[in-house]
Design a protein around this ligand. Structure first.
Ligand code: ADP
Ligand code: ADP
Length: 221
């Protein structure tokens, strides 16, 4: 089953009179259960590409399908719904809410009302990432690796088919990165989730099924 299908996507940015072609005809597909890394120099279009797949931005031309659904022409409202149902996001800086506990952070993005089902799912997800004994801890009481594992649990609360991670190990030492990368590998394999990690970290590529390189708005393998 194809999780992501990107066909001939371009992205043009307009700054005053200037237009800049940040993506120059991208073809890319990713199956469920696959874990890939995207590397490339700064300015090569990685964030732009991730934002388009994550339904945070739209391509100028070309098409994007997620989980078999063409999402190129959706209304803004529908796009937001599909994003919340389909995609989990993980960032370098974790973006946990400091005043909430680990468990409350995990519950927060739930699309449905935070009821007993969501609460027990949050507990289950934190147990699964090895933090069953840290449910009530606040972010400042957790290590970097623990914070990133809370962020991973949070990204899974709505059972997404796709995880998008932007420099997920950027703030972690190599031993902690290993734990986080093991977690991604397990999620891809056991839960059949498609995972993209944009990264500069060569350690990540040791864990991924494929590494793709973006250069100057074009993909190379
Ligand atoms: P990366 O994530 O690989 O650093 P980006 O996708 O952020 O690359 O940017 C790709 C190119 O597009 C860069 O040259 C950047 O300056 C340009 N760019 C990104 N966002 C915008 C924007 N909103 N307006 C104009 N140019 C942009
Ligand atoms: P990162 O790639 O580290 O996630 P950003 O996506 O914020 O960082 O920006 C990447 C590149 O895109 C930078 O070179 C930045 O200057 C450029 N960029 C981002 N937004 C704009 C914008 N609105 N106009 C022009 N360039 C932009």
């Amino acid at each position: 089953m194809t999780a992501i299908e990107v066909t001939n996507v371009t992205k043009e940015y307009q700054t005053g009179e200037e237009t800049f072609l940040a993506l120059k005809g991208i073809d890319f597909s990713l199956a469920r259960g696959e874990f890939v890394s995207i590397m490339g120099p700064s300015g090569s279009g990685k964030s732009t590409f991730l934002n388009i797949i994550g339904l945070l931005d739209q391509p100028t031309t070309g098409s994007v399908s997620l989980d078999g659904q063409d999402v190129t022409e959706l209304t803004d409202r529908r796009r937001t719904t599909v994003r919340k149902q389909t995609i989990g996001f993980i960032f370098q800086d974790f973006f946990l809410i400091p005043t909430l506990s680990a468990k409350e952070n995990v519950e927060l993005p739930a699309i449905y009302e935070i009821d007993e089902t969501i609460r027990s799912r949050a507990t289950m997800l934190l147990e699964r990432v090895g933090l069953g004994n840290r449910l009530k801890h606040h972010p400042d009481q957790l290590s970097g690796g623990q914070k990133q594992r809370v962020a991973i649990a949070r990204s899974l609360i709505n059972s997404p088919r796709i995880l998008l991670a932007d420099e997920p190990t950027g703030n972690l030492d190599s031993e902690t990165s290993e734990q986080v990368l093991d977690e991604f590998t397990r999620i891809a394999r056991d839960e059949n989730v498609a995972i993209i990690a944009v990264t500069h970290d060569p350690q990540v590529t040791e864990y991924t099924d494929r590494t793709i390189e973006l250069r100057d708005g074009r993909l190379t393998s």
